[in-house]
Design a protein around this ligand. Sequence first.
Ligand code: TXA
Ligand code: MG
Length: 338
Amino acid sequence: MKTLYLSNDQQDIARAAEILRNGGIVAIPTETVYGLAGNALRGDCVKKIFDAKGRPSDNPLIVHISDISQWAPLVKSIPESAMALAEKYWPGPLTVILPKSDIIPKEICGKLDTVAVRMPSDETARAIIDTCSFPLAAPSANTSGKPSPTTASHVRADLDGRVDAIVDGGECSVGIESTVISLADEVPRLLRPGGITPEMLTEVLGEIVIDDAVYNKLADGAVAASPGMKYKHYSPDAEVVIIKSSFEQYKKYIDENGTSDDVALCFEEEVSDLSIKCITYGKKDDPSSQAKHIFDALRQVDKAKAKTVFARFPEKEGIGLAVFNRLVRAAAFNIIEL
Ligand code: TXA
Ligand code: MG
């Protein structure tokens, strides 16, 4: 298929919505990462999304809404705690899981009896959902197993010819996928860290459980609360090693072990002090900037065809936990502590 390239002006938003209304699939910007959208209420559209990404069919999709009134029809009921979260953090980078209603096609959530819903804050995403007037199912718009896309050109690199259109809304402002919290059980469970931090969730919900898969590798054969956690996430062809140390120790380690075939995945301020090729992911004490740049940096690592990548260890505070969660997967949990 020929992919149509659209801007995010009013006319192109109308064209994107028309394609979606006709059952097509369109990559759209959101504040987190680009999503590959289709009509969430039509199983045939949802199936097209899985096919275009090469995504395993048991890994469920998030449903995107632009108005709170679109939520109730998708779920069995909305508990007070869920409404309190929505009031505080929607629109924004938060996904809430609840038991699903019967209008959710089985293609969206496989065998699960729950559905994940999010209201994005990105103006283009909201305008497209508004114009369609149905909710949009949208996973990240990357080929399954690649880093999530944070620009339209990332999407193009992965999905050109596989989707009906790509809407260019510029660079995503958060840069990392939404926080996913399940309210389907008694105690709220954080399944994926993101822009809404554990502290921000606790403020509204009180006690939450952080799923083991957030920090650790899932044991072979274990059942994942969030199916996405069990799949091998993006790891570059290079061996990625995270170095947990001070900058001085990191520099010394690279001076002793780095070669011209290797890359330092470091912070912007550190480039001039290092002796090998550097790819940066944000600023040193600024986890938000690290979140914004980590996926682009991982794409650059692949292009550089490095043998070994020595990555700086991100602080796990706030949104830094989400940065750590993505980086440690890219590194296949390979951490050296000095
Ligand atoms: O920021 C985001 O969430 C982006 C943008 C496009 O909105 N979307 C996104 O979708 O990251 P995706 O499909 O790449 O990741 C969705 C994650 C997966 O790990 C999936 O397993 C989990 O959410 N998930 C979805 N529905 C679920 C459910 N009912 N129960 C448990 N986990 C669920
Ligand atoms: Mg994804």
